[in-house]
Design a protein around this ligand. Structure first.
Ligand code: T4K
Length: 404
């Protein structure tokens, strides 16, 4: 089990106090932390419970193809989210692709540019054009008016993303989809356990896609799932994930290999047992960041609304243009101290090579995305920053006063 956030020793015990630019590792001083503090340090539950499950898998000789661990994992996830069906997959990206195909999306599908690249790739990989709509720079989620502006006769669907676990504007997107006869699904890779207006994420749109990648609040090392309340859609996706097989030797649907192996389900189950502790540590860290960063002019921590039951996995700061150091300088200075802050999802999907060439003028209509892409950084959470948050804030405060 990971250590509590307040643990004073270990890799995240800071080795110096940063008072001036001369104390900065980027200027030649030794780094504040002996070992890297990662944004995506995996949450790992009870080691013995996991090893026992692995032994059961080995003893049973059932390694994959919808084995008992996967079935148990699916039941537990569906119950946890209060959703009818969970179809576990080998990763979130394949889960997105299978959901997109099962919904028969084609032509153009509207997505935010401000998301992990997998959301766009899952469409493009299947010959569908991802059309990037702008976000609200306050929420970082799709702006419904911007979505309306991107609808054309070729549009067949919308994929909303609950970025950082903060819910997308579900009702507004559903209204747009209904009005225009479009399919709506959600990329809920960040939003495990979060909710929208009192209802757990997983229950919205035609289906929602989860990721259980190592860096997520709940991980199965690699893994993903589609959750849905639609029986027919669930059945189609179950077929698609296993080459379209219905029983032995009977292929009744086109398909692929999207199956989750047993060992991944075992990891997911053990971690699900420890999820309340993981979220408690994230939350405790988040509040420690809030306290430590209070009063640093020009740096804002992205807020979570307790009512939406956040998992607090991502600690996101926004560096304002008035800050003494640019966002890139802040990230470089943090990284030199071994605080491996990330610029997720800079520069925005539309400015990444495959899509830049597809939509050379997209920047003109995505000002919110450009603004957010230029000012955010994601800080370590989970077990990573234990004992180090005050040092990280001290560095930020110094940068705000003197620059690098
Ligand atoms: N949609 C959204 C909105 C997503 O965010 C994602 C995934 C997906 C869809 C697709 O789901 P998957 O197909 O991945 O299930 C990471 C993850 O690879 C990716 O899963 C995640 N989003 C994205 C936000 O972050 P990178 O390129 O940042 O990964 P990487 O290897 O740099 O890891 C981040 C940090 O975590 C590293 O500094 C080291 C640390 N780490 C990582 C791993 C894998 C560890 O300490 N241990 C580990 O085992 O993409």
């Amino acid at each position: 089990m990971q250590k509590a956030a307040s643990h004073p020793e270990g890799p995240s015990a800071a080795r110096k106090i940063i008072r001036s630019r001369a104390d900065l590792a980027i200027n030649g001083a030794p780094p504040a932390f002996a070992e890297p503090l990662h944004v995506g340090r995996p949450n790992i539950g009870d080691h013995n419970a996991f090893l026992q499950r692995v032994n059961r898998i080995l003893d049973s000789h059932r390694l994959t193809n919808n084995g008992p661990m996967v079935q148990e994992f699916e039941r537990r996830i569906a119950a946890h989210l209060g959703v009818k069906h969970c179809i576990a997959m080998c990763n979130g990206t394949i889960a997105l692709e299978i959901a997109i195909r099962a919904l028969k999306l084609e032509g153009e599908v509207i997505v935010p540019s401000w998301t992990f690249i997998a959301t766009a790739h899952a469409l493009y990989w299947q010959g569908i054009t991802p059309v990037f709509a702008d976000i609200d720079p306050v929420t970082h989620n799709l702006d419904p008016d911007a979505v309306r502006r991107m609808i054309t006769p070729r549009t067949t669907g919308i994929i909303g993303v609950h970025l950082w676990g903060r819910p997308a504007p579900v009702d507004e997107l559903q209204a747009i989809a209904d009005e225009h006869g479009l399919k709506l699904m959600f990329d809920a890779a960040h939003a495990f356990g979060c909710s929208y207006r009192g209802r757990t994420i997983g229950n919205f749109g035609a289906c929602e896609v989860l990721s259980f990648h190592a860096t997520k609040v709940l991980n199965s090392m690699e893994g993903g799932a589609v959750v849905t309340n639609d029986d027919e859609l669930a059945e189609t996706m179950r077929l698609m994930r296993n080459f379209g097989f219905s029983g032995y030797d009977n292929v009744i649907h086109p398909g692929t290999n999207g199956k989750m192996p047993e060992v991944n389900a075992a990891m997911g189950l053990v971690n699900l047992d420890a999820l309340p502790q993981f979220i408690a540590v994230n939350r405790q860290n988040y509040h420690a960041y809030v306290e430590a960063f209070a009063g640093i002019d020009g740096l804002t921590l992205l807020e979570y609304d307790e009512a939406s039951t956040p998992n607090y996995q991502y600690v996101v700061i926004e560096v304002s243009p008035d800050f003494q150091a640019t966002r890139d300088e802040v990230v470089a200075a943090l990284q030199a101290e071994n605080v491996l802050a990330r610029k997720y999802f800079w520069p925005g999907c539309h400015r990444m090579r495959p899509y830049r060439e597809l939509f050379p003028h997209a920047g003109l209509i995505l000002p919110g995305t450009l603004e957010v892409a230029s000012r955010i950084a994601v800080l370590p959470n989970g077990g990573a920053p234990a004992g180090g948050i005050k040092t990280i804030a001290g560095l930020a405060r110094m940068l705000g006063e003197s620059g690098v």
